[in-house]
Design a protein around this ligand. Structure first.
Ligand code: S3P
Length: 181
């Protein structure tokens, strides 16, 4: 298959915690009739532990190791089956250079769901299952640290809107070819 076609068949959503990656991936995949994989879910399925449990029992370095391993599985499965797929990454996935390299190597498209920090704070403050959401100051710091990495994405869309509007923006990027699925 020509690389140009493959390039548009593994599409990964990146962005900070609370940017709507999982919901948007689900809606987008269902509209396209593509497969969908959530990296955090792949991690919890593989370990039988929740993300907070992994952080608490094994620490962040081990979480990152498992995250990389699971991402490599997803990429390998895609390479083998060539089935078009939307992947929602974790907020820190592409901040790990080996993950970014892996995605670049396989020709994945990266879309950054960009959302103002104030909106992210509002969304995440209500959900208590994020080990890296400790307090507002560290959340803001991590966001600033991560921005340069998200800026490496191929495309960005404003994800402060409702998920169906975010999906519309992604479809309007014009990167999804009319391919038989
Ligand atoms: C993380 C974000 C989380 C999860 C883990 C680490 C991060 O995913 O992977 O808690 O480093 O920002 P979400 O972005 O889906 O919350």
């Amino acid at each position: 298959m020509p690389n140009e076609t493959r390039l548009r068949r593994l599409v990964c959503l990146t962005g900070f915690m609370g940017s709507g990656k999982s919901t948007t991936a689900r809606l987008l995949a269902s509209q396209l009739g593509w497969q969908k994989t959530d990296l955090d879910k792949a991690i919890t399925d593989a370990t039988g532990l929740t993300i907070p449990e992994i952080f608490a029992r094994m620490g962040e370095p081990e979480f990152r190791r498992i995250e990389h391993e699971q991402l490599a599985h997803i990429v390998a499965e895609y390479a083998e089956t060539q089935k078009p797929r939307i992947v929602s990454l974790g907020g820190g996935t592409i901040a790990q250079l080996q993950n970014l390299a892996l995605l670049r190597e396989c020709g994945a498209v990266l879309i950054w769901l960009q959302c103002p920090i104030e909106e992210l704070l509002l969304r995440c403050a209500q959900i208590t299952d994020r080990p890296l959401f400790r307090d507002e100051a560290s959340f803001r710091r991590l966001y600033e640290e991560r921005l340069p990495t998200y800026e490496l994405a191929d495309y960005r869309v404003d994800s402060s809107a409702e998920p169906p509007r975010v999906v519309e923006q992604i479809l309007a990027l014009g990167i999804f070819p009319q391919v038989a699925v």
